[in-house]
Design a protein around this ligand. Structure first.
Ligand code: ZN
Length: 429
């Protein structure tokens, strides 16, 4: 996206829509949803098949409540659709070569991003007033395959910022960039921002005195709430946070009060859904975050993110009336989100199936201060060379799902039960 004029930027954000009465908001959403369903039915064959199969013609889907009549499409379902009918499983509503970006997220899953996904990202900046035109922004998230770095860069370009595409790793170099280029903002996962700031301190810098940094942003990690206070109080930074996934981009945002994530309902319809029944949960009940994109490019209907959360419709101090996701409580199903990446259980099996010396395995996900920590318990034959195997496991895990295992504990054969959980996540407890 090219740099937008001030007028075009202002038109992205309509204050009156943010504050409309809840009943008006509902009417507005229902109207747009009904139109979207008609569009998706006409232009995305997979949506047409799903509605026909459910016996629900588009004209019967008039409001958000009616969505309960359709099944939730899980990430697994989407992978199957994509495999059966590559690349987008009959969900793409435009010619493939009209897409500006196609991302690949773990799975592997293809993600079609239309301009509306960039707009949603851009709107979150305009809404907060940060970053703004003229800011120098270091983007310290992955640029290859996944949408993180490039999506943010597209939005920052449109806003008129100067972008340093730093990517991940090379912490010392990132500190140098931050200092020498007088960057005013960092976009990254909160734990990596903290790693950069701590490295800067180790190198003898004082963040407030020696840097021009005012703003940090990032999402996808539970411990933003732990880190938020440190960013704000210790370093005097403004924190922006949002909720999104690799398949959707950002779909909910923190207004700055830290009271949850308001639904970004300009571009998406969000439901919190009981994973067993598919029915919409009541406020403060736990359910899966399910998203219908109001997209003319990639009209996903009832896509189940796998994230568990609750929501509230209580008035927010900011005056906005969009409901808020109050807490992300973990994940259901076949995916885990760790170190900012989604990993499919099948990828775990794939990684270890290439290591016949590992008889059984179990991953323990922990929080080490502000960082995710991955510990592996691996059952091996007595004859296995643990030194070599340790290196093989590390390399294999990085190849298959791009994650570093922090610690490997080898166990004698027969220690882990045959039906033991392959992942134990203690980060949420
Ligand atoms: Zn708010």
């Amino acid at each position: 996206m090219r740099r937008l004029s001030s007028r075009a930027l202002a038109s992205l954000y309509d204050e009156s829509k943010e504050r409309m009465q809840p009943s008006d908001r509902q009417d507005w959403l229902n109207l747009r949803l009904a139109k979207q369903i008609h569009f998706a039915y006409r232009h995305a064959p997979a949506v047409r098949i799903a509605l026909d199969r459910a016996g629900v013609p588009p004209r019967h889907l008039k409001c958000i409540k009616d969505l309960e009549r359709l099944p939730v499409t899980t990430k697994d379902d989407l992978l199957k659709l994509q495999r059966a009918d590559p690349p987008f499983g009959g969900l793409l509503a435009v010619p493939l070569n009209s897409l500006n970006r196609i991302y690949v997220s773990p799975g592997p899953m293809f993600d079609a991003f239309g301009n509306e996904r960039v707009r949603a990202t851009l709107r979150s900046f305009v809404r907060r007033g940060l970053p703004k035109r003229g800011d120098i922004v270091m983007v310290s998230t992955a640029y290859h395959m996944v949408p993180a770095g490039l999506l943010v860069t597209d939005a920052l370009d449109a806003l008129g910022c100067t972008v340093i595409p730093a990517g991940t790793g090379q912490t010392e170099l990132q500190v140098r960039i931050l200092h020498d280029l007088k960057a005013t903002a960092i976009f990254s996962f909160p734990s990596f921002v903290m790693t950069i700031l701590q490295k800067a301190e180790e190198m003898g810098y004082d963040i407030r005195r020696d840097f021009n940094l005012r703003y940090v942003s990032g999402g996808g990690e539970k411990h933003i709430q732990l880190l938020r206070k440190i960013f704000e109080q210790k370093y005097g930074l403004v924190v922006n946070d949002s909720y999104g996934t690799a398949d959707l981009g950002p779909v909910a945002y923190d207004c700055g009060l830290g009271t949850g994530y308001h639904y970004e309902d300009q571009e998406a319809i969000i439901e919190i859904v009981d994973p067993q029944t598919g029915k919409q949960a009541k406020p403060m009940e736990v359910g899966e975050i399910v998203v219908t994109l109001l997209s003319r490019t990639y009209p996903l209907v009832r896509f189940g993110t796998g994230d568990l959360a609750s929501y509230t419709v209580d008035q927010c101090g900011c005056g906005r009336t969009a409901p808020r996701i109050t807490r992300i409580m973990g994940m259901i199903g076949e995916h885990i989100r760790v170190k900012g990446m989604f990993v499919h259980m099948r990828e775990l099996d794939e990684a270890f199936s290439g290591l016949p010396e590992v008889l059984r395995y179990q991953l323990l996900l922990k929080l080490d201060g502000h960082r995710d920590r991955i510990e592996l318990k691996a059952e091996t034959r007595a004859t296995a060379n643990r030194g070599i195997l340790s290196e093989l496991i590390t390399r294999r895990c990085q190849e298959v799902f791009k994650l570093k295992i922090d610690e490997i504990e080898f166990l004698p054969s027969g220690t882990l039960a045959a039906d033991c959980k392959k992942v134990i996540d203690t980060r949420w407890t």
